[in-house]
Design a protein around this ligand. Sequence first.
Ligand code: FAD
Length: 377
Amino acid sequence: MGVPGAQGVVVVGLGAAGSSLAWRLAGSGVPLRVVEAPGGSGRRTPERTWCTWGQAGPGPFGHLVSASWPRVRIVPRAGEQVVAHLGSWRYRMLRSQDLDTAVRERLAGAGVAVEEGVVEDAADLLEPGWTVVDTRPVPVPRTGRTLLLQHFLGRRVRAERPVFDPSTVTMMDFRVPQPAGGVAFGYVLPTSPHEALVEYTEFSARLLDEAGYEAALREYLRGSGIGEVEVLGSERGVIPMTDARFPPSEVPGVLRWGAASGSVRPSTGYAFSALQRQADVLARRARAGSPLVLPSAHRRRHLVMDSLVLEALASGRVDGAGFFSGLFARNPVHRVLGFLDGGTGPADDLRLMASSPRGPMLRTVLGRALPRVPLRR
Ligand SMILES: Cc1cc2nc3c(=O)[nH]c(=O)nc-3n(C[C@H](O)[C@H](O)[C@H](O)COP(=O)(O)OP(=O)(O)OC[C@H]3O[C@@H](n4cnc5c(N)ncnc54)[C@H](O)[C@@H]3O)c2cc1C
């Protein structure tokens, strides 16, 4: 969806998407307004930790990365773990409060005040020649084949013993009970031998109650050998993983973007690096005075592959823990991480498909030839 003849840009929402565009437009000569919900309004997105991987970045925010790791670890339910060195790549962590501070400073330096307000209707901000880039969250469309939820409880912890290896991220540790029609794993981002963000994560159809997350995380800390910890902070989240298409805004002059436009990769729940790619294009167009046309967040081929994976997981046709551990065990780490970040070409994608469980995936493909049943979860 394009917005022709844009001259000025109003960014609504200063989260991952809005901050990424505001950073690029601040001081660029493009007239800019930024509106963000005030803290305590109930609309402000809570602080979060964004992770990405690759050669450099993410986007222009490399200097804000608060921790990075040269190695990733995948722990299957049984058998050998995979510990892979990323070469010149890094797995990186960026805290939302650091991005927020940096973006606000840059905006202030460019003379752009962040306006505090709860926007009810983005069209109210429209003025002739301006485009409103609306990044407020929207309800998840129920028009896809599959909707899973990535839901997690994370704790920043301090362990009594030096149990963490600060050079290695544990991306997926499957030594936890597995839900039907989904997958569960521990995720560990160590910042010192004693400190880490430790999460219990599920991709499944149903959320747990508070006690359920607490118990699952406690059990992971015990079972993985981390043991007794002091809790320093918490992070929780629910990220929809769906192959549904997110409809664009129907209001001329309003461009919907962010998680609200389908920038979250369905098979991973990650969006930050796709948002950087989209922000580059939007900022370039705004600077050139061209209509703001949102580039696709993800390649079509990858979305088809994700849709098959989500369906195979949700239907229980594939064992999620075996599927993901197998991908990392049978492929070079750059191929798997490259795919998950949208960077692989057709040849690597074919190799990945060939290394996934053939029977269940084939049954999922063949199932698509049958009439479609409405989405249920
Ligand atoms: C807990 C969590 C952790 C995540 N971790 C990762 C990760 O590690 N890596 C990764 O790639 N992706 C991650 N994601 C996925 C994705 O990157 C994030 O959801 C990302 O924040 C999406 O960016 P966004 O700008 O679309 O939405 P948000 O970041 O939520 O930004 C929306 C903004 O709009 C504002 N707003 C809302 N309503 C209004 C209103 N009415 N008026 C004005 N302003 C309003 C909010 O305050 C917020 O600033 C994570 C998601 C969650 C939920």
